[in-house]
Design a protein around this ligand. Structure first.
Ligand SMILES: Cc1cc2nc3c(=O)[nH]c(=O)nc-3n(C[C@H](O)[C@H](O)[C@H](O)COP(=O)(O)OP(=O)(O)OC[C@H]3O[C@@H](n4cnc5c(N)ncnc54)[C@H](O)[C@@H]3O)c2cc1C
Length: 320
């Protein structure tokens, strides 16, 4: 019996969440005194996963699978689970993972826990701590089914090196048919996706006009960050809807979230408070965001942000 992890990649390269979920899978495998098998799709360097503890890597190479399809990918994971004789399957609780995991659990007759934040505190009964209520609380959840699917919350476990020598196998499972097929995907070129970003710089209604978001873009550029915004900002058309974060927008679980001129309404915080470090810039010392922030600057964004950009540029130049 081994533990199986699905490590997702984008254009052949592993995402950070893939390295994190493999690191986590290794810790669970060690806890159960078993091996870790990893299944990947169209990864150009599957051997990279040896650095994070994979004992066996099943790599599927098939150009028909270049675009993610939850049903077909779930079928691949199930077949990998049967091949590797596993009863524990782990995926990231990222956007794709949240589509995949319930399909895998249903087909595998498994108990599913999403947003896990730690390795099981107990393996009998199998108990896992997970985030609930939009990351406002934790629940210790028991999976009673023999088969288990775990979704790992992003940025909860971290990437841990654990060098091993893995057996790498080309894996050619029979593919399920799907009633939907993406013909093409158009990505915003040159932009860092919020879901993959380490740092997110976000602007709110306090910035007063669309043109003032240039300084958010400049700050994001110097930090190598993704740009985001609060709901009213995208509702007013100052920024594209794809940048709206919060309860009804995209979730953010970055290492650093910088909120500029955002009040910190509960619906906004619900979507961003999984971020590790939150920094707030706001003129109003009573803005609710300060209660949720790790660092705060009470000040005018139009003064603070340009100075921050200059300081960061100078720091980068000195340390280049
Ligand atoms: C069902 C529902 C779902 C919702 N979902 C979401 C969601 O997913 N995401 C979301 O963001 N909102 C959501 N909202 C809206 C939410 O309640 C707030 O209205 C919204 O988050 C406020 O956006 P804001 O902070 O940008 O604007 P405001 O509340 O107008 O706050 C602007 C802030 O900027 C500060 N400010 C002003 N000038 C400056 C300056 N020069 N420098 C620095 N600071 C300045 C002000 O002090 C203020 O704190 C939802 C609401 C509902 C009812």
């Amino acid at each position: 019996m081994s533990v199986l992890v699905y490590a997702d990649s984008s254009e052949g390269k592993f995402k950070k969440t893939a390295l994190e979920v493999v690191s986590y899978g290794k810790a669970v495998a060690n806890q159960l005194d078993t091996e870790l098998t990893v299944v990947t799709v169209n990864a150009t360097q599957p051997e990279e996963l040896q650095n994070y503890g994979a004992n066996k890597i099943l790599n599927v190479n098939n150009s028909d699978l270049n675009v993610f399809n939850a049903k077909i990918y779930a079928g691949i994971i199930i077949e990998a689970a049967f091949t590797s004789n596993t009863n524990i399957i782990i995926v990231s609780s990222n956007t794709d993972g949240k589509y995949l995991a319930p399909l895998v659990a249903a087909r595998f007759n498994a108990g599913y826990v999403s947003n896990a934040v730690e390795v099981p505190s107990n393996t009998s009964p199998f108990t896992i701590k997970r985030k609930v209520f939009s990351n406002k609380a934790f629940s210790n959840t028991v999976i009673t089914a023999d088969s288990k699917v775990i979704g790992l919350a992003k940025n909860s476990f971290g990437i841990k090196e654990n060098p091993t020598t893995a057996e790498i196998e080309e894996f050619s499972p029979a593919l399920l048919t799907s009633s939907i097929k993406s013909e093409s995907v158009e990505k915003a070129s040159g932009k860092i996706a919020i879901a993959d970003a380490d740092i997110v710089v976000s602007g709110g209604r306090g910035l007063k006009a669309a043109e003032n978001f240039k300084m958010i873009e400049d700050l994001a550029e110097v930090l190598g960050a993704a740009t985001a915004c609060s709901k009213p900002v995208s509702d007013m058309g100052w920024r594209p809807h794809g940048e709206h974060v919060g309860q009804t927008g995209k979730p953010v679980a970055a290492n650093l979230y910088i909120a500029v001129a955002i009040s910190g309404a509960i619906q906004h915080l619900a979507g961003v408070n999984a971020s590790k470090t939150k920094v707030v810039i706001n003129t109003d010392p009573e803005a609710p965001f300060f209660k949720a922030a790790d660092y705060g600057i009470v000040g005018d964004a139009f003064e603070v942000v340009p100075q921050l950009i200059e300081k960061l540029k100078a720091f980068k130049a000195e340390n280049a």
